[in-house]
Ligand binder design. Sequence first.
Ligand SMILES: Nc1nc2c(ncn2[C@@H]2O[C@H](COP(=O)(O)OP(=O)(O)OP(=O)(O)O)[C@@H](O)[C@H]2O)c(=O)[nH]1
Ligand SMILES: [Mg+2]
Length: 433
Amino acid sequence: MDPVNWPTDPRKESALLVGVQHRGQTGADLEDTLEELAQLTDTAGGVVVGQFVCRQDHPHPGHYIGKGKAEEIAEWIATHKPATVIFDDELSPAQGRNLEKIFKTKVIDRTQMILDIFAQHARTKEGCLQIELAQLGYLLPRLRRMWTHLERQKGGIGMHGPGESQLETDRRRIEERMARIRKDLTQVQRHRQELRRGRRRHGWALASLVGYTNAGKSTLLNALTDANVKAYDQLFATLDPTTRQVELPDNQSILLTDTVGFIRKLPHGLVESFKATLEEVVEADLLVHVIDASHPGVEKQIKAVHAVLEEIGAGEKPVLNVLNKVDLLEDNSEILFWQQEHREALPISAAQGVGLDRVVDAVREHQRGGSLDLTLRVPVSDGKALNFLENRATVHDRTYTDQSVTLRLTIGRRQLDQLRATGSRFETLTPQP
Ligand SMILES: Nc1nc2c(ncn2[C@@H]2O[C@H](COP(=O)(O)OP(=O)(O)OP(=O)(O)O)[C@@H](O)[C@H]2O)c(=O)[nH]1
Ligand SMILES: [Mg+2]
């Protein structure tokens, strides 16, 4: 693909994108990746003015791409003068340094851009601390680069000693700051744990929305509750968790949390730093995976979400898959195909409020731990149990005698366990499965 003439917006930072096609990657894969990189650039406040693609099996240790390609790009840069060159993969500190020398312009990688977007979108103290930690972690091994730059500007003689010790001082300061942030974040984590414990004491089940960034998680939370979370056509619009109560039938409720979205090649340092936020996912009883069914790269997005869930230790959680944005699909055939592949996935449109009842029913079914059809005999004196059953189960009919009430009902496995735990002296007349 040759550089193209793109429309430019003079208020935005102009960016040249560089993507690498690795072995086994199809042209469509690459296009999808570059499209995403362009979207990230846009979200970060840049405007794409051109793109280069290099075919390469192994990254060059010195400058990531081949020398010939780097020179070809340098020529383009000399003519078109983009403010930034953005690489789709993470560059080592040395690669970044060398490329800046060849291109004579600022070079950033995908990781740095994602960190930048997070920094722009962080609002709460928790979000700001977590992103600062991730950015400092990224900066630490790259400090030398800034110092070398200084040495070049001021000349080598006499710079070596002070430069070296300045670097050491900077490094130590950064490490101290990182240690301080980690300590503050431990407090945040403790506070979140307390909140969750309190919620559990109320007997509320916790569910967490997960999914690729821009899949529609916040839109779904807003549609199911009055959360009023900002939903934008932007990547990583949400960083800080929001939890709201969703009313389920049978007087039950569940707490649903909307949190940060995932992306392919999510920087590891970022996952590490966002531990406090991601614990909302790790500690949930149920994950509601919001999938953008209209996205051309949807299968890869699903894989990326599964990979992040594995990484944070939430790979084994029960998941309810919802296929969102079905209003954008041309016809039903895609949905039918999807349902063959992912049998239980629920087609919905969060934006248009279609299929939300099914989501609520499925969450409720999960919360009940499956339903049982039973006949129970409860002593009339056990008002507490009778009250519990009237509220928490669906009672089909009641037969009264002097001593007892016989109820034919449908009840969640979990609710039955709760009733047992109260020490109630009910009898089960139908054999339990
Ligand atoms: N057509 C259509 N658009 C939708 C639907 N659901 C969400 N969107 C749009 O998709 C974009 C992203 O929605 P969000 O709810 O912000 O997505 P998110 O998953 O919270 O994204 P991040 O917080 O950025 O990770 C917005 O422009 C929404 O209006 C849907 O069912 N149909
Ligand atoms: Mg969101």
